[in-house]
Write a protein that binds this ligand. Structure first.
Ligand code: NDP
Ligand code: OXD
Length: 318
């Protein structure tokens, strides 16, 4: 795919790094792959030869450390762990956008929405109390689902939910038109979006505008008895606000894949709350083989002077 030589330095989960190494060796053996250990650089890495960096947690000074960097890759779809203001102008940051990420997120959101729709969290809590108690089945047409974030993941989740018959809506920063889906945008559209949403799903990027967005005001804007799925970032959620809304019965249940911090401390009330389902940031994951394909495609396109898929706009923050 690319005849370019140079070093790709990887800093992330070492087991997944080993898979990256195998995939890259098969697809582009002329690129040298090195894993960055926790402390220091591997002995055989010459900083001048590092052309591509693929990282989850970037060190603060990476641009100075590797003067010949051509592209930086986030190992995830989100880039909130980068200091975007410190990125040198002209050094593109590319996030993961391989198709498998959106497909697995659509699975997760569908599972969470169906579990909330059919009261599985409540029945789970009842089972732990040996309590046999039925609740009214609401038809899908009577359960309005709303997704905050109409990007790759939000749109994939909406598509997957379509056949179930839920009235579907989405909210984004700029207006979007999606066939058969009611769309809302910006501050001006938020209250109406929330007021028509019985199951709210957050698939937003974390930016200064979205940090702490799911607060008491937002939750109060949902109908009584609404439910929440957060698979965006833990810092979207004001945790005390959710606990208060759950305890008041305004929110009946929540499915949380992301928390702040990750993991939560052992005594955090979410762990044992009967109306909360927690998963450890596994809603979706980048597949190493597909990630390496995306990286090689990005390298080839960038070298050819073409636009690169997944390029982050530092001014927008995602
Ligand atoms: P995209 O960049 O494709 O889409 C982001 C969407 O959010 C866009 O529709 C955008 O609006 C909207 N948005 C951004 N800022 C605002 C705002 N201030 N108000 C309203 N809408 C806003 O991102 P992805 O769909 O690929 O990913 C979304 C997020 O999902 C990631 O950033 C990450 O935080 C999270 N994630 C979680 C994972 C997990 O396993 N739990 C895994 C992967 C990602 P517009 O359309 O106008 O640009
Ligand atoms: C993320 C990811 O950004 O896992 O959360 O891709």
């Amino acid at each position: 795919m690319t005849a370019l030589t140079g070093t790709l330095l990887y800093r992330g989960d070492p087991e997944r790094g080993a898979l990256w190494a195998q995939c890259l060796q098969r697809a582009a053996p002329q690129i040298t792959f090195r894993q960055w250990p926790q402390a220091g650089l591997p002995q055989d890495v010459c900083p001048q030869e590092v052309r591509w960096l693929a990282v989850w947690q970037p060190p603060a000074d990476f641009a100075a450390q590797f003067p010949n960097l051509r592209l930086v890759f986030s190992l995830g779809a989100g880039v909130d762990h980068f200091d975007l203001a410190a990125l040198p102008a002209g050094l593109p940051l590319i996030r993961m956008t391989e198709a498998g990420l959106a497909a697995a997120m659509a699975d997760y959101v569908t599972l969470a929405v169906l579990a909330l729709h059919r009261d599985f969290i409540r029945y789970g809590a009842q089972q732990r109390r040996a309590e046999w108690q039925e609740h009214r089945v609401v038809p899908a047409a009577g359960r309005r689902v709303g997704i905050m974030g109409l990007g790759r993941l939000g749109q994939a989740a909406l598509e997957r939910l379509r056949p179930f018959g839920f009235p579907l809506a989405g909210w984004s920063r700029t207006p979007r038109a999606l066939d058969g889906i009611e769309t809302f945008a910006g501050e001006a559209g938020r209250a109406a979006f929330l007021a028509r949403t019985d199951i709210l799903v957050c698939l937003l990027p974390l930016t200064p505008e979205t940090r702490g967005l799911i607060d008491d005001r937002l939750l109060a804007g949902l109908p009584r008895g609404a439910a929440l799925v957060n698979a965006g970032r833990g810092a979207h959620l004001d945790q005390p606000a959710l606990l208060a809304a759950l305890d008041a019965g305004h929110i009946r249940a929540a499915v949380l894949d992301v928390t702040e911090p990750e993991p939560l401390p052992p005594d955090h009330p979410f762990w044992r709350h009967p109306a909360v389902w927690l998963t450890p940031h596994i809603a979706t994951q980048t597949d190493p083989e597909a990630a390496v394909r995306q990286v090689l495609e990005a390298i080839a396109r960038h070298e050819a002077g073409l636009p690169v898929e997944g390029r982050v706009d530092p001014a927008r923050g995602y």
